[in-house]
Design a protein around this ligand. Structure first.
Ligand code: SF4
Length: 72
């Protein structure tokens, strides 16, 4: 089973991943918009229980309401 991506995962840190889009550091990521979240990202792979896959983080699950700087 895939495990939930942790914010302190080295690659998550590299991409500024946070489990709630409201917690994005706007100073560091000024391009972040409040309505952006994984479930609206083009590469999100929707799954059950508000979690899904992301090709950027193989073998992990990300939260539908999360965000990272690779959002598209
Ligand atoms: Fe979420 Fe998209 Fe970042 Fe993947 S690339 S973690 S789906 S915002």
């Amino acid at each position: 089973d895939r495990t939930l991506l942790r914010e302190d995962d080295p690659k998550a840190l590299e991409f500024g991943y946070v489990t709630e889009t409201a917690r994005v550091d706007q100073g560091k990521y000024p391009e972040h918009q409040p309505d952006q979240q994984c479930s609206k990202c083009q590469i999100y792979e929707d799954g059950p229980d508000g979690k899904g896959g992301c090709p950027l983080f193989p073998g992990k699950l990300v939260l539908a309401g999360a965000w990272c700087s690779a959002f598209s």
